[in-house]
Design a protein around this ligand. Structure first.
Ligand code: AP5
Ligand code: MG
Ligand code: ZN
Length: 213
């Protein structure tokens, strides 16, 4: 099962992708998480990516496409995966389609989680992320058991650098300009599934399981 998660920043792609990965035992591949782990480890890729991410801009396709194409060719991705945050531009989608085609494969589902811009800024200001394992929480909608401590690994939870309201607005603008065209791209490919992302996390996951049946 090869799945793509589409949706604005903060729509809940990561939240649902982690649940899908654990339910269906396939890897969750998030380009955002890969870049953040590179930033944390001080790699060359991390240094380059940070310049763009902190401004709410996309990391250039040249740094992104090969990374994902290599990742999905690894052994644990044989039976599928859930891609979260990639593709994000038409050239990225084309690179992915080509790489898959060369192996006689294709994306099975592109799940688009729709949330209006108005809801996004509130959601982001309440998000807390774990620096240890990448788990995400929301102080109101999905709180950790102990305040500011990760349920999974016990490390401290923080507000992401790019979750400040002014950066969130920039990320939304970039989303509408560069990523939203993918909705038509995957509609034409016949694999788009749209969901209302303003519902409860568990309700959305129930609908995802239904459509993956
Ligand atoms: P990335 O990490 O992918 O960020 P994003 O797309 O902006 O999305 P987010 O992770 O912010 O949101 P999400 O949809 O995963 O929502 P979440 O589940 O956390 O990318 C970051 C940056 O990296 C980009 O800006 C770019 O610079 C760079 N980058 C990454 N990939 C790239 C690529 N392919 N090309 C170029 N550059 C790239 O949920 C948000 C919050 O809401 C959480 O607190 C959650 O608990 C809560 N929540 C979730 N669902 C619900 C619900 N149903 N109801 C209430 N609250 C909910
Ligand atoms: Mg995410
Ligand atoms: Zn953790």
């Amino acid at each position: 099962m090869r799945i793509i998660m589409l949706g604005a920043p903060g729509a809940g792609k990561g939240t649902q992708a982690k649940m899908i990965a654990s339910e269906y035992q396939i890897p969750h591949i998030s380009t955002g998480d890969i870049f953040r782990s590179n930033i944390k480890n001080g790699t060359e890729l991390g240094k380059k990516a940070k310049e763009y991410m902190d401004q709410g801009l996309l990391v250039p396709d040249s740094l992104t496409c090969d990374l994902v194409v290599d990742r999905i060719a690894q052994d644990d991705a044989k039976n599928g995966y859930v891609l979260d945050g990639f593709p994000r531009t038409i050239p990225q989608a084309e690179a992915l389609t080509e790489a898959l085609k060369a192996r006689g494969e294709a994306i099975d589902y592109a799940i688009d989680i729709e949330v209006p811009d108005e809801n996004i800024v509130t959601r982001m200001s309440g998000r807390r992320a774990c620096l240890g394992c990448g788990a995400t929480y929301h102080i109101k909608y999905n709180p950790p058991k102990a305040e500011n401590v990760c349920d999974a690994c016990g490390k401290e939870l923080v507000l992401r650098d790019d979750d400040k309201p002014e950066t969130v607005q920039k990320r939304l603008d970039v989303y509408h300009e560069q990523t939203q065209p993918l909705i038509s791209y995957y509609t034409e490919a016949g694999v788009l599934k749209e969901l209302d992302g303003t519902q409860d996390i568990d309700v959305i996951f129930g609908q995802i399981k239904e459509l993956l049946k």
